[in-house]
Design a protein. Sequence first.
Length: 274
Amino acid sequence: MALSNVLQAPPAGFNFDHAARNAELEALFDGPVPKPVKTGTTIAGVVFKDGVVLGADTRATSSEVVADKMCSKIHYIAPNIYCCGAGTAADTEKTTELLSSNLTIFSLNSGRNPRVVMAVNILQEMLYRYHGQIGASLILGGVDCTGNHLYTVGPYGSVNAMPYLAMGSGDLAALGILEDGYKPHLELDKAKELVRTAIHAGIMNDLASGNNIDICVITREGADYIRPYQVSEYKDKRKTKYKYGAGTTAVLTEKVVPVKLEVVEETVQRMDTA
């Protein structure tokens, strides 16, 4: 094999080379086909008088298993733009990293912060290109020279602009709180409390949302990412010690295979210390 093929860098972006293979295997499989794993999240955002407040829970789930209790769902995009992600954790991480990288190059070339609508257009084009294969539902919030903005971007590239938004498996409970408590030109403290209450409502009404609450406040002066903003009031207390002595689990078979290695070539190089 040529060395150039071994050291060839993978193409940028997402790779769906195994999609056709998975479809063929599914057609040949006689038993029940594994179903997609359900994930859960509650994310929300509110536009207030001087900027935008974003909030999210910190529980990452894999079906009925809590995979991570301190997952960060508020992602940095630019100094004036942050993004909340719901859906597949790997997809939201990679999508926001690609967006942040593109906007960083723009800022280095232009010498100014990007506009929020520019980030939304990049996300919309990226997600629509893959027709929903990227499981990322995003709430994008930021402040630029045109004002305070809050957008939602769906997995298929749909975009909505609203003064308050919620997404994820606990969005119905969160939206009920936002619709009841939102008023135009909110003060910062009231906006933070409204987002906190909305995320807490999602946590209490959705098993896949939980643990702590993170909040990010974006204004013209900068961003304040508060992690955690509220620590979970429900702590796990182990009633016993899960330590087992040697021999608790029986060893049925044991086999030791010696590995023989042969030195084909040995070279010694001296380090240049001059």
